[in-house]
Design a protein. Structure first.
Ligand SMILES: [Zn+2]
Length: 258
């Protein structure tokens, strides 16, 4: 379906106006986690969150693709928090900005990403822990027209515990049969990865294959320690370029693909 020129020009404008609020995702480095693209202690192969995730879950995915990094407080954080109806600060224009970002990111990188990940036939969002479906993110993904695959919502909260650093293969149950299907997972915010990776593990334990988790924004807390601040400042001081937004994925080492 062709998108009308007015929508395209609006999205181009919004995605250009947002550039100052976008922070490029780091390439592989001794202080960058090869999975979630946040900081890590150089003596460990992954950040502590990903180390825990890969120890506790049977089938998380090693490929997380953030569109941008962000920290708190920031305009990006407000867009991510208040694009969803319900909050007092809810602003419907924020969803339009996030839609434009996702659309532009995929317009510039979608084909390359599809090839690098080995393709996908379905797209699904990580369910919110407190909302009943449909998730506002599912609506955003559909409206953006960015990911050319049918959206499915097979995940429901299961009995497994889930929290900031609490993961479980049973945090989600999968409704339906997805044996052998390649499902791209999408989430809005990635902090520890507990939710998104528990969802990935549930789908993969159910016979699906999750080639990656696409996230709108990966949060970094620069005040956590010296390493987190260093990675944040290094990235924040670089201009964002949509055409370079997955250059880290093209250049990543063999080690990080395992
Ligand atoms: Zn990590």
């Amino acid at each position: 379906m062709a998108t009308c020129p007015k929508i395209v020009s609006d999205r181009m404008r919004l995605s250009e106006e947002a550039l100052n609020n976008l922070v490029p995702v780091p390439h592989d480095a001794s202080d960058v986690c090869p999975v979630c693209r946040s900081w890590r202690h150089s003596r460990y192969p992954k950040c502590s969150n990903c180390m825990q995730i890969f120890a506790e879950l049977t089938r998380p995915t090693p490929v997380v693709i953030p569109l941008t990094l962000y920290s708190k407080p920031s305009i990006m954080r407000d867009w991510l928090k208040y694009y969803k109806p319900g909050a007092k600060e809810y602003d419907p224009s924020f969803a339009a900005v996030l839609e434009a970002l996702l659309w532009r990111f995929m317009a510039e990188n979608g084909e390359t990403l599809f090839r690098l990940l080995g393709g996908w036939g379905r797209v699904s969002v990580v369910p919110s822990s407190s909302r009943i479906p449909p998730h506002p993110l599912a609506e955003l993904v559909t409206n953006s027209d960015a990911i050319r695959a049918p959206l499915i919502e097979p995940l429901e909260r299961g009995h497994g515990e889930l929290g900031h650093r609490i993961t479980s293969d049973h945090a989600y149950v999968v409704r339906g049969s997805f044996e052998g299907q390649r499902i791209l997972l999408v989430d809005d915010v990635f902090t520890t990865g507990a939710h998104a990776q528990s969802a990935a593990s549930a789908l993969q334990n159910h016979g699906a294959l999750v080639p990656g988790i696409l996230v709108l924004a990966r949060r970094i807390n620069p005040s956590f320690n010296e390493a987190s601040e260093r990675v944040w400042l290094r990235q924040r001081d670089q201009p964002y370029d949509y055409r370079q937004a997955i250059s880290w994925l093209l250049n990543r080492g063999e080690e990080s693909m395992k």
